[in-house]
Design a protein around this ligand. Structure first.
Ligand SMILES: [Zn+2]
Length: 184
């Protein structure tokens, strides 16, 4: 039995009460996730895991951290974020109670377990920032990051009308006049 996330447990198998802790750092063997964001192949997977021997098998609990990348679901900008997930799962002894995971050849393989934990935690609709304004519905261009209000002003026909009105009277005041109107 081989793989980057295979841990030997022969020294605690069938010895309920024994416990071992492991740290693993290994590259993801393939791409994890199929959505707008995913963990690319080769990205480091960091695992802290505690393996406890219990009567039914080996109880694995710990946390896994890595980084995902992809595109914002609103504006398609590239994004990259770290992610950390906790997990706990029983690796049952073969022939005992049915379980999704089994102790095999005195080893446990954490790959499917940590992969599923990470993939389930990936955002289904990722955004580059919580208030991403997305794409302009008219031009298809990405809207400016923090100036959505100004974008709307520029497109607002009232802007042009007010600008004409105020510049007739005082060249220094037009910005103030417009902003007050927008907020009311
Ligand atoms: Zn975005």
């Amino acid at each position: 039995m081989t793989g980057p996330f295979v841990i030997p447990v022969i020294d605690i198998v069938r010895r309920a009460g024994e416990m071992r802790e492991f740290e693993i750092d290994a590259p993801a063997p393939d791409k994890w996730g199929e959505g707008l964001v995913s963990v690319p192949a080769g990205e480091n997977i960091g695992i802290d895991v505690r393996l406890e021997s219990v009567h039914e098998g080996i109880l694995a609990s710990g946390s896994v951290e890595t980084a995902y990348s992809g595109v914002c679901g609103r504006c398609l900008t590239d994004i990259a974020e770290g992610v950390e997930v906790e997990f706990q799962e029983l690796f049952a002894y073969p022939g005992d109670e049915t379980s999704d995971f089994e102790v095999q050849d005195d080893h446990v393989d954490l790959e499917t377990l940590v992969r599923d934990a990470i993939v389930l935690s990936l955002p289904f609709q990722p955004v580059c920032q919580p208030d991403c304004p997305g794409l302009d519905p008219v031009t298809g261009e990405r809207l400016a990051e923090s100036t959505g209000a100004q974008q709307r002003e520029a497109l607002d026909p009232r802007w042009a009308a007010l600008q004409d009105f105020t510049t007739d009277h005082d060249d220094d005041a037009p910005r103030l006049g417009v902003e007050n109107t927008e907020e009311s």
